[in-house]
Design a protein around this ligand. Structure first.
Ligand code: ZN
Length: 237
């Protein structure tokens, strides 16, 4: 591909942004629409899940030092494509050339997930409150707890990039790790897909409890009518 540049004739950031944009368009012509990371304003993430993702990475000192340089890459629009699926993140990043990043994240263990589901019992009202991060602080602490919460620790993350940088964690991988925070900001449910768990389980107990109460107070209403109206309300549809 054209526009390859070396460390010594590195263009300005403004030029690099233009190059990234041109590369994205060229890739789209060849492969169809991409899913770039576009940051509006100064912050990479504004909502609970995106902020929590970044906070978790930065809570490990060793990782925090190495991913710092990925911030500006992420903010400058150098992530041309980023996709999240179960246990895997794949991305294309514009640097001195175009590089492909793969990040594998271990699935959340059944044991950890079980204790998180138990901690959530009756405390998360519906999927809406879950994705918006409107749950009690104690629960946020459970989700964020290092090694036991929902977020991966560095040992559960393996990463690769096809750039010539010999560093274990090059700036392209660093950018993508932040890019995940940005993507989760707009689509928090992808977090659960990434970790291979069903977020519905976190609200199930709360919903069951509410349904029991509703049915107990239902008087002459039929169970069917209650189910239709109130399930819709509980799920925020
Ligand atoms: Zn790289």
């Amino acid at each position: 591909m054209s526009w390859r540049y070396s460390y010594y004739d590195k263009p300005s950031v403004a030029e690099q942004r233009k190059i990234a944009e041109a590369r994205r368009k060229e890739l789209e012509r060849k492969h169809g629409e991409l899913q770039p990371i576009v940051i509006e304003g100064k912050k990479i993430a504004r909502n609970w899940w995106g902020i929590a993702w970044n906070k978790n990475l930065e809570s490990y000192a060793d990782l925090a030092n190495r991913i710092e340089r990925g911030r500006s890459y992420c903010k400058n629009g150098f992530i041309l494509d980023l996709r999240i699926s179960e246990g895997e993140i794949t991305a294309t990043v514009s640097g001195s050339s175009v590089y492909n990043v793969k990040i594998h994240i271990e699935k959340l263990s059944a044991g950890k997930w079980g204790s998180i589901v138990a901690a959530c019992a009756k405390r998360v009202e519906n999927i809406g409150t879950l994705v918006e991060g409107r749950f009690p602080q104690e629960l946020a602490d459970v989700f964020m707890k290092q090694g036991e919460g929902l977020f991966p620790n560095p040992k559960e993350i393996s990463m690769s990039c096809d750039c010539p940088d010999f560093a274990m964690l090059c700036k392209h991988i660093a950018a993508v790790l932040y890019g995940v925070g940005a993507r989760l900001d707009s689509d928090p449910l992808l977090f659960f897909q990434l970790r291979g768990v069903d977020p519905g389980e976190l609200i199930k107990k709360s919903v069951e409890e509410k349904m029991r109460n509703l049915l107990a107070n239902a008087g002459k209403k039929s169970e069917r009518v209650i189910a239709d109206n109130d399930v819709a309300r509980l799920f925020g549809v």
